[in-house]
Design a protein around this ligand. Structure first.
Ligand code: HEM
Ligand code: HEM
Length: 229
């Protein structure tokens, strides 16, 4: 084994990934159980909005291998990869499809949830913007796309297991420690100031998604007074 190693995943990318795994797992479980857990479901969904927004910003201003431009699957990169000529580090061009697919699907899943309702007492934080009819349609899409999410996550984890057992390439260790074995140039950039900027942007979007800025619903009309006889 080589004693050389280089930094591939910066701390924010790793934190993003493992927090995302926790929140998506919790969100799926609470969504399927429903009932009293639906409030938790909404909160976890909101956390996912913040995480994915953070990752989108970090893809523009983060460190080398976290940047979208670094792993965007252009036709030339894909051809090289499929011909066995790809020698880069970080997400390979095929894996990049799964990364973009997962991020887009999570945005849709959380976005549709914000307008959804459970037909009992819970409504997504932005429900008032769309009303019952459109909310019902979005709830249907929300439930449908949860199945697509199950498929994509299974494919994602399946690919990681395939790389570990068949290609003898452990991708999980770098996602835990940040370091990849072998020759390579360590990630640069994405310092504290940029992290704070991306985190503030994520917090602002999550605030928008929480509906906390909307005027409170009008108070219910006063109960009719009981006649005194
Ligand atoms: C809810 C389940 C999961 C979701 C939604 C998810 C999502 C993602 C996303 C969005 C990325 C891209 C990371 C980035 O560039 O920011 C990624 C990468 C990665 N994930 Fe997951 N993940 C899940 C579960 C797992 C699990 C259980 C494992 C470990 C067995 C895992 C291992 C990895 C690894 C190793 C990478 C880096 C792949 C590479 O080197 O190209 N993920 N995941
Ligand atoms: C990425 C984040 C999310 C995931 C993975 C997710 C997943 C799920 C799943 C698996 C279900 C159950 C589907 C079924 O019964 O077939 C569900 C239902 C639901 N989700 Fe989400 N959800 C997310 C975000 C949200 C958000 C942010 C909200 C609202 C703020 C929300 C509101 C709802 C509602 C109202 C239901 C319907 C519950 C019912 O009819 O019993 N979801 N979601």
């Amino acid at each position: 084994m080589s004693d050389k190693r280089f930094l591939v995943w910066d701390l924010p990318t790793r934190l993003f990934h493992w927090l995302l795994v926790l929140c998506v797992t919790g969100s799926v479980i609470s969504g399927l159980i429903g009932g009293n857990l639906i409030d938790w479901h909404g909160c976890l969904g909101l956390a996912i909005v913040a995480l994915v927004t953070f990752r989108l910003a970090w893809g523009l201003i983060g460190s080398t291998y976290a940047r979208f431009a670094q792993f965007f699957p252009t036709p030339a990169r894909l051809r090289n990869y499929l011909a066995g000529r790809w020698q880069g580090a970080g997400h390979n061009p095929l894996g990049a499809f799964s990364v973009f697919g997962l991020l887009a699907l999570l945005l849709f899943q959380a976005g549709s949830g914000l307008f959804a309702n459970d037909d009992i007492a819970f409504t997504g934080y932005l429900y008032d913007l769309v009303g019952k009819e459109l909310s019902d349609r979005l709830t249907g899409w929300h439930k449908l796309s949860a199945n697509v999410l199950f498929a994509l996550v299974s494919l994602h984890v399946g690919a990681i297991v395939f790389y570990a057992h068949v290609k003898k390439d452990n991708l999980v260790k770098p996602m835990l420690t940040g370091w990849q074995d072998g020759e390579g140039v360590s990630a640069r950039g994405g310092g504290v100031a940029r992290f704070i900027a991306a985190a503030l942007f994520a917090a602002a979007v999550a605030f928008g998604a929480s509906g906390a800025w909307m005027p409170p619903p009008p108070p219910p009309p006063p109960a009719a007074e009981t006649p005194a006889w």
